[in-house]
Unconditional design. Sequence first.
Length: 176
Amino acid sequence: MVLGYDNDAWHDFDTTPGSGNAIESEHSSWLQPVKDFFSDLWFQFSKFRWGKTEWRKYFMWAPVPLLIVVIVRFFFGKQWKKVRAKKRERERRQLLPGSDSDFYLVEKYFAARGLERRAGENWSDWLRRLEQHESIAAGLHRALVLHQRHRFDPRGLNETERAELRAQVTEWMSRR
């Protein structure tokens, strides 16, 4: 079978005589079906390449789903990242011991006023810095000691100390 150009178009043209198939199959090797398979594969590719098949119009539409995904990711990607980041932060906090400490309310209060902890700044240095600028930070040292024990001590706090931490933070927050 050959591909021939006739009347301004490409056509399949088979020049094999009708009796040739039987004679050829008698004298062919056992690898002939494999050779025929690859020959037909090349022939189908050539037909596609020269526009003699209907598949070409489908390949034009192949990038459309990819384009839709890219557009959706562009417009909604940041929102999805924020949601995933918040979820990861919640999961991380749940895994950390003492992550339910009431002292985090104090940290949020100061962060809302632009006085968050600096990178690498420990809690004690942060409170000292706040006391220089803000007198309202005074009186939080005992709550900080309890928070650090709750957060970092493997034994944590007993119920009385936990209630004391909660009461000190609640009382401090109520004065604000």
